[in-house]
Design a protein around this ligand. Structure first.
Ligand code: SF4
Ligand code: FE
Length: 483
């Protein structure tokens, strides 16, 4: 099959047997659940656009394993051009969904696990890489969505995994036998978890010898017995239960995160990709995080395009578009947004080949990219709120707008320029609200801060990669100082 149609993707999810809880209730049909559905639509878009000849170059790639056309989300980057196309694809999808489309975590995970298992096998004589390639073949052949799962709950941050009062606060092996391993623990903030077919679990940080049981990577079907999902709430999420459209802001698309709990989950050996090789856990984290920090230079720029557009439309509808300060604010937003994208492209163009043949981004530039992402979307959002005006948070509800008695008042007094209907004005203001304060603010704001690692994690990498000694030498040379 190599490429699934969007309909086949949706059908494949319907066949899965997830154990999901949302707001205290077990969800039997996640695909049609009004809170979950928009997030499924976003992932579905990764299948839809791959069918469109116009986007074929960005959305698809040629498998280096089979030579077949596959979705780029299932591809191992074979060149810097592939890395650049990945970022462009993510910007496109951000523009089309105005939200997190979730599938990147799996793409970033396979690329990281590929090179790390290859290097680990070479050094230690283990046999993880072949198992991984077997999984990758299936993923490519069946066009699977895979959830890359890294972040453990971590409990007390001052204590290592094995020092925690509760050993399950980091994912670990509790039993090994001939057939495989038994795993306990949880992964938090798992993007797109219940829209995925498989999960690819990785360790959450560099592990020391005493935390060997926590140096763990494996793949499992997302609906395996032993996995429970507890769906994360988002700001304003229950608006999706009100049977309204305008008030939701982005009614068709969204993202989601969930707590993924492993309750004595059994993993056969052929699905285990790291088990105790603690000295490679840090490398896997560094590479996965690097790829995902690159990713944000694409997806956040794409969502930023939607927000800048929404602010500009709001200005048009307010009759304020010609004001010089509005124009200048839109320029500033564009400047910031393109800076994010520029970093995403730069770390891709400066990528290099790893021992397995898969290309890795320039880690310094990818970390600079993500560090900017922890700041610029906040400023872009601030400027969007400035341009939109206070009405974006004081606006009457859709039900009032449509009310037989008071609807006329809402229509009359929330009118901007005469040529635009109040409904259209409400729609654009609700979109700004959604992106800055509502469900999509999860992806555009707080995830920009903490997703792919909190700001301090990038600063550590920038310090490590920045080569300060080299810069000192340069300065001493120019200043005529002899060593
Ligand atoms: Fe992809 Fe961005 Fe969502 Fe991460 S935050 S999964 S990079 S869309
Ligand atoms: Fe993310």
């Amino acid at each position: 099959m190599a490429l699934k149609t969007p309909e086949q993707y949706e059908e494949s999810l319907r066949k899965m047997n997830f154990k999901i809880y949302l707001m205290g209730e077990q969800v039997k049909n996640p695909v049609d659940h009004p809170i979950i559905r928009p997030s499924m639509n976003s992932v579905k878009m990764t299948y839809t656009l791959a069918q469109d000849p116009k986007h074929e170059d960005l959305m698809t790639a040629t498998s280096h394993l089979t030579g077949k056309k596959i979705n780029r989300f299932c591809h191992l980057h074979q060149s810097t051009e592939d890395l650049v196309k990945k970022v462009k694809m993510q910007r496109l999808l951000g523009q089309q969904t105005g939200s997190c489309f979730q599938r990147c975590v799996g793409m970033d995970a396979i690329n990281a696990v590929d090179s790390v298992t290859f290097e680990m096998d070479q050094k230690l004589g283990t046999q993880y890489h072949d198992r991984f390639i077997k999984f990758l073949r299936m993923m490519q052949e069946e066009d699977l969505t895979v959830d890359g799962a890294m972040t453990d709950p971590k409990g007390d941050r001052s204590l290592s995994p094995s020092q925690q009062a509760d050993p399950d606060l980091y994912v670990h092996v509790v039993e090994k036998n001939e057939q495989g391993i038994v795993v306990r623990g949880a992964k938090a903030h798992q993007t797109g978890a219940v829209n995925s077919h498989w999960i690819l679990v990785m360790p959450t940080m560099a592990m020391r010898k005493e935390d060997t049981d926590y140096a763990l990577s494996f793949v499992a079907p997302a609906d395996a017995k032993g996995i429970t999902y507890i769906y994360g709430r988002q700001s304003c999420d229950t608006r999706k239960l009100e049977g309204v459209e305008i008030d939701v802001g982005n009614a068709r698309f969204g993202g989601h995160e969930a707590l993924m709990v492993f309750d004595d989950l059994f993993i056969p050996w052929e699905q285990v990709l790291m088990c105790g090789e603690h000295e490679y856990s840090g490398l896997l984290v560094e590479r996965f995080a690097g790829y995902h920090r690159q990713s944000y230079g694409g997806c956040k720029a794409g969502v930023g395009d939607v927000l800048i557009g929404a602010a500009a439309v709001a200005a048009d509808y307010n009759g304020a578009a010609k004001a010089s300060h509005i124009k200048d604010k839109l320029i500033e937003m564009t400047h910031l947004n393109e800076t994010l994208y520029a970093c995403g492209i730069a770390c891709s163009a400066e990528g290099h080949k790893t021992a397995s043949g898969t290309y890795l981004i320039n880690l310094l530039l990818a970390n600079v990219c993500k560090q900017n992402v922890t700041r610029f979307p906040y400023e872009i959002a601030r400027l969007a709120e400035d341009i939109a005006g206070g009405l974006m948070v004081t606006l009457a509800s859709e039900k009032d707008l449509c009310h037989p008695k008071i609807g006329k008042m809402v229509e009359k007094y929330f009118k901007g320029v005469a040529s635009i209907s109040t409904e259209e004005r409400c729609r654009i203001l609700r979109l700004v609200e959604n992106l800055t304060l509502g469900t999509s603010a999860v992806g555009y704001r707080t995830e920009s801060m903490h997703g792919a690692g909190s700001p301090q994690a990038q600063r550590i990498m920038i310090a490590r990669q920045g080569n300060l000694e080299h810069k000192k030498k340069l300065a001493k040379n120019i200043a005529g100082i002899k060593e």
